[in-house]
Ligand binder design. Structure first.
Ligand SMILES: NC(=O)c1ccc[n+]([C@@H]2O[C@H](COP(=O)([O-])OP(=O)(O)OC[C@H]3O[C@@H](n4cnc5c(N)ncnc54)[C@H](OP(=O)(O)O)[C@@H]3O)[C@@H](O)[C@H]2O)c1
Length: 246
């Protein structure tokens, strides 16, 4: 019998797909994924009745409100886990900056929007659905490069800034939830360099054994989130469950 629901947002991410596959192994959990491109889930859908797919065209506030409405109508199981997986490092129009001269307003806005604002708009929209008596683990994919104190190499101005901004807003969220949504634990997660489209152009510099599979990262992350205590604090942790300083 299905008694709980896992929600995966930005589900076309390589890491998100592995989290979905891992979560679907739990028979008590119904898994809902939201993405602009769910084609990677067609095979999984044939094998798993407990997979729900919500396709979206964009991540505007209006779209998110419609998703929240659909979630309210479609399922009676409480949402016990949320994984927010959005993140751009590069795309057709964005490249991570190597030097000051590379900073470009449109690229900066696109990265901030996808990496910092989109996760926060999801949290804002979904908070009424998550608040209650049932424990909920809210995990947002961040990155160690968002740590200001850990920044030794510089570069990647927009990506680093977007993850630092995300971490700050998640810290705010944890403080606010400690007052008004005491059942929700907020986790900012650094997966380590993982073999997905995001890291593809940068994998040649990764030391041997340090490029993780999405499946390994999903196993670590689900275990970390299952074990996390609801303590009113933001945990900023890596794939080994080690704390990262801001
Ligand atoms: N891979 C790594 O080595 C690594 C390392 C550190 C941190 N991370 C973080 O882990 C998370 C997942 O990364 P990944 O490697 O799995 O990435 P990925 O495979 O490249 O997936 C990209 C993700 O970003 C979303 N996205 C792309 N453009 C967007 C836009 N304009 N607006 C909103 N969302 C957009 C996609 O949503 P759709 O489902 O709608 O396409 C998808 O969720 C990201 O936050 C990333 O920063 C990854």
């Amino acid at each position: 019998m299905m008694t709980e629901q896992t929600l995966i947002l930005g589900a076309n991410s390589g890491i998100a797909q592995a989290i979905a596959a891992k979560s679907l192994q739990q028979k008590s959990t119904c898994v809902t994924i939201v993405s602009r491109n769910s084609s990677a889930y067609q095979q999984l859908k044939k094998r798993h009745k407990n997979l729900n797919i919500i396709n979206v065209e964009n991540y505007s506030s209006t779209t998110m409100a419609k998703v929240a409405e659909q979630l309210t109508q479609q399922s009676s199981q409480p949402i016990t886990r949320v994984y927010i997986c959005h993140g751009i490092l590069h795309n057709a129009t964005v490249q991570p900056e190597k030097k000051l001269e590379d900073i470009a307003p449109d690229a900066f806005s696109a990265v901030m929007n996808a990496n910092a604002l989109t996760p926060m708009l999801w949290i804002k929209t979904l908070t009424p659905l998550l608040t209650g008596k049932t424990v909920c683990k809210l995990v947002v994919l961040s990155a160690r490069v968002g740590s200001i104190s850990d920044n030794r190499l510089g570069g990647w101005y927009s990506y680093r800034a977007s993850k630092a901004a995300l971490n700050m807003m998640l810290k705010n969220t944890a403080i606010e939830f400690a007052r008004r949504a005491k059942n929700i634990k907020v986790i900012a997660f650094h997966p380590g360099t993982t073999d997905t489209d995001l890291s593809k152009p940068f994998q040649q510099n990764v030391p041997k054994g340090k490029l993780f599979t999405p499946e390994f990262v999903a196993k670590q992350l689900t275990s970390i989130s299952d074990k996390a205590l609801v303590d009113g604090q933001l945990s900023f942790v890596d794939w080994q469950a080690e704390n990262i300083s801001y």
